[in-house]
Design a protein around this ligand. Structure first.
Ligand code: SF4
Ligand code: SF4
Length: 305
């Protein structure tokens, strides 16, 4: 299981698929003390993996991002942490530090393979800045004889024709030579739980969504949501961790239990109903004890649908 420490931060970009364009919700961020408290609550319960990607915004624009990363990196109970970044901030110290992480993964969003494509996706002319930061990271790693296995590249652009001479293809190849991995995501097609218009149909919903198990989020005030990815208005609210224990929030007779059992039998409520980002859960990865007893039913129901 992984918990997202959900923040709403500023961002340099105005991506076509992003709800930030609508300025719907105010900024909200963890101060360091609160961040440490929430991580401790999670690790005491048995959750050791953390996602720092803001619900909206750029994690590197959190003025305490370095302290938060280093706290997770040095916390003996934490197994992994990661975040997605647009890689635009001016922060040489961070770019030099990337190869040193032993638990962290830096997921870099590639919003285009040319300046034109990048502007089409993000609404901003920051392609050169992005390429410069990639080049700086590569040259520093090479200079210091380090690998970049802690980098994962998320390709997130529309399928308009590519320029085969693109400078960024060279940069991506260099990153991969240094150990960076690559994931093809289709985030530009997502409808943000129905808040954004999209022609993309997405996968048919037929069981429990992977995101509702692996992407639960906790906001700085303790509110939890089933889906940190898209639940801007907390329509999938699970309760507040400062009023309830995580044990009771994750119990079978809880809001979480109700939502998960609903999905198990084909009932999708709140934003799940219109969301086009459904991913079928991998039954073998389920770590919640009471849910394991339903594995057979989950499998059967799925085959019938
Ligand atoms: S999708 Fe991410 S990078 Fe793009 S505007 Fe939204 S918060 Fe910023
Ligand atoms: S269906 Fe969509 S909103 Fe619901 S949990 Fe999955 S990704 Fe999140």
């Amino acid at each position: 299981m992984q918990i997202n420490l959900t923040q709403v931060l500023p961002c340099h970009l105005k991506c076509s698929f992003c709800v930030s364009k609508k300025n719907l919700i105010p900024k909200t961020r963890y101060d360091l003390e609160n961040f440490i408290t929430v991580v401790d609550i999670c690790t005491k319960y048995g959750i050791y993996n953390f996602d720092l990607t803001p619900h909206i915004g750029e994690f590197l624009l959190d003025e305490q991002f370095m302290s938060k990363m280093l706290f997770l990196e040095s916390n003996k109970k934490v197994k992994t942490w990661n975040f997605v970044t647009n890689f635009l901030p001016d922060n040489p110290a961070f770019y030099i530090l990337i190869p040193e992480f032993s638990k962290g993964t830096i997921n870099i969003s590639i919003y285009g393979l040319s300046q034109k494509q990048y502007i089409e996706t993000t609404g901003k002319d920051m392609f050169s800045k992005f390429c410069n930061n990639l080049w700086f990271t590569i040259t520093k790693a090479e200079e210091l004889k380090k690998k970049l296995k802690t980098i994962n590249l998320y390709t997130r652009y529309n399928n308009s024709p590519l320029d085969s001479e693109s400078y960024i293809i060279f940069l991506l190849d260099e990153l991969k030579k240094l150990g960076a991995t690559e994931d093809i995501t289709e985030i530009h097609n997502k409808n943000w739980g129905g808040l954004i218009e999209s022609d993309f149909i997405g996968k048919e919903k037929n069981g429990i969504c992977q995101h509702s198990i692996c992407d639960n989020g906790i906001f700085p005030n303790g509110d939890m949501t089933l889906c940190n990815c898209w639940d801007t208005f907390k329509t999938l609210s699970l309760g507040n961790i400062f009023n309830k224990s995580l044990k009771s929030i994750y119990s079978e007779n809880s809001k979480f239990g109700e939502l998960i059992k609903g999905q198990m039998f084909g009932k999708y409520t709140g934003i799940c109903e219109k969301c086009n980002d459904f991913e079928l859960v991998d039954i073998n990865s389920i770590e919640i004890d009471w849910l394991k007893k339903y594995k057979k039913i989950i499998k059967q129901t799925r085959e019938q649908r």
